[in-house]
Structures are given as C-alpha cells and as structure tokens.
Design a protein around this ligand. Structure first.
Ligand SMILES: O=C(CO)[C@H](O)[C@H](O)COP(=O)(O)O
Length: 148
C-alpha cells in the first residue's frame, strides 16, 4: 500500500518507528518529516500528507502530533480527507468499516510503539463495508461541497 506519513516535533520518534515497521511489512512509504526535533507547526505537515491522499498520490495517510487533535483538524480541511484521532483497536477497525477513514491521526504522547504499531496494522488491513455507510459518506461529501 502507498502510505504518506508525517509528524510534528512531538511525533518524530514514533513516526520513525512506524516507518520502519510499515516498510518491513512491504508498504511503499513516503516519509514527509519533520526530521527535526525543534518546534514546528503541525498544519504544515498535515497539508502535505492530506494533500497526497486527496490527490490520490497516497492511498492512506498517517499523522502524529502530541494529541493527534491538531493534525486531525488540519487534515479534515483538505477535500476528500476523512481524518480522526484514534487510540483504540476497536475504533480503528470501525473507522475503516463504517467511515472509510483515509487519514489516521495518532496521539504520540499517549501511545507506546507496540500499541501504535498494532493499531496501524489493524487500520490498514480493515476494509470499508460500503452499503448504508457509503450513503452517509456521500452526505458528508455533500456537506463539504455545499457548506455555508
Ligand atoms: O498535539 C499537538 C497539536 O494537537 C501538538 O503536537 C502540540 O500542540 C505541540 O505543542 P508544543 O509546541 O508545546 O510542543
């Protein structure tokens, strides 16, 4: 799978560990940084990862900051992106089955490497169920196109 992954300064270590695990599992991984531990602005990375998913240059995106919240707010501003903070295996599965979540936002401060790796594996391997859920996502797309 083609995956774009990014973090701010608070997610550098976890991102590096996830990049290794994703590559080892055979994924094509675009690591968008940040590659520095100095403070930076998470919307700059969210724009790159969400933009790639929006344009179809990546099938899925993963974003990490301290809470995952800022990344999800920023990523959801990009057309066609469905992003959410997830830190629970069952919700990770449902976020794919029901919401076709295409950008996973992780709270780097709250997850161990093992927990994050397992969560990402579950999220990547779970398919969207379609049906009634597709109808609901169409309504969300309509909101995106006709807001205000
Ligand atoms: O979680 C985040 C946004 O939701 C950021 O990682 C966090 O706000 C960065 O804070 P600081 O500049 O104090 O390191």
């Amino acid at each position: 799978m083609r995956i774009s992954i990014g973090s701010d300064h608070r997610g550098v270590k976890l991102r590096a560990e996830l990049v290794d695990a994703l590559k080892a599992a055979g994924n094509e991984v675009a690591d968008e940084g940040t590659f520095q531990t100095e403070s930076m602005d998470y919307p700059d990375v969210a724009e790159v990862v969400a933009g790639k998913v929006s344009k179809g240059e990546a099938e899925r995106g993963i974003l990490i900051c301290a809470t995952g919240v800022g990344m999800s707010i920023a990523a959801n501003k990009v057309a066609g992106v469905r992003a959410a903070v997830i830190q629970d295996e069952a919700v990770a599965k449902l976020s794919r089955q029901h919401n076709n979540l295409n950008v996973l936002c992780l709270p780097g401060d709250a997850l161990s490497t093992d927990a994050a790796t397992s969560l990402v594996k579950t999220w990547l391997s779970t398919e969207f169920e379609g049906g009634r859920h597709a109808r609901r996502l169409e309504k969300i797309s309509h909101l995106e196109q006709h807001q205000g």
